[in-house]
Design a protein around this ligand. Structure first.
Ligand code: ZN
Length: 181
């Protein structure tokens, strides 16, 4: 009981730090840096830097993120659960840095990687694994390959491809390699 309450206290403290510095961090990283860096270092006009490097980039990233809950809930195959709307959509995976393996994510929501394919079109997993390698992330959860296969046979739509590129065998090998100890 003490361990659980300690854990929540730690999480709460971290959340407080994030909330307290959210606005200055967001303004600095999202608008100030993308405007100042091109203007200062390679002579871009300040307005070009602001509208293109800050605003346009922000708009594109927001729309790419929103594709996860729109396009990836409509278009793609459903290898893990054919009864739900989320689908595997490689274009969304590419634009949202790994979030488009959405049928998998909704079927196995406790998998930190949101995909059985590891680092393929999934820079988010690469980043989390890097942070784990330097001790900043721990206790990554993944279902076993056996669990994934059984679920596919039980509720999947019969497809098992990596986005629009069919690679059944290599994907299964990759899933075996990506098991986290
Ligand atoms: Zn979803």
């Amino acid at each position: 009981m003490t361990l659980i309450s300690d854990h929540f206290t730690e999480l709460k403290n971290k959340a407080v730090i994030c909330c307290r510095f959210y606005v200055p961090l967001m303004l600095t990283m999202c608008f100030i840096m993308p405007t100042v860096v091109p203007w200062y270092y390679w002579g871009e006009s300040i307005w070009n830097a602001y509208f293109v490097c800050a605003c346009l980039r922000y708009i594109l990233i927001l729309n790419a993120t929103w594709l996860v809950n729109s396009a990836a809930h409509m278009w793609g195959n459903r290898p893990y659960d054919r009864h739900i709307s989320p689908a595997e959509n490689l274009i969304v995976s590419w634009s949202a840095v790994g979030e488009g393996f959405h049928n998998y994510h909704h079927t196995f929501p406790n998998d930190y990687s949101t995909s059985e394919f590891g680092w393929k079109v999934n820079l988010t997993t690469l980043f989390i694994d890097f942070m784990a390698s330097i001790g900043q992330v721990y206790d990554r959860k993944r279902p076993s390959t056996d669990t994934i296969k059984k679920r596919q046979l039980r509720t999947g739509d019969g497809t098992h491809t990596f986005g629009m590129f069919g690679c059944k065998q290599s994907c299964e090998e990759n899933a075996d390699e990506q098991k986290v100890q």
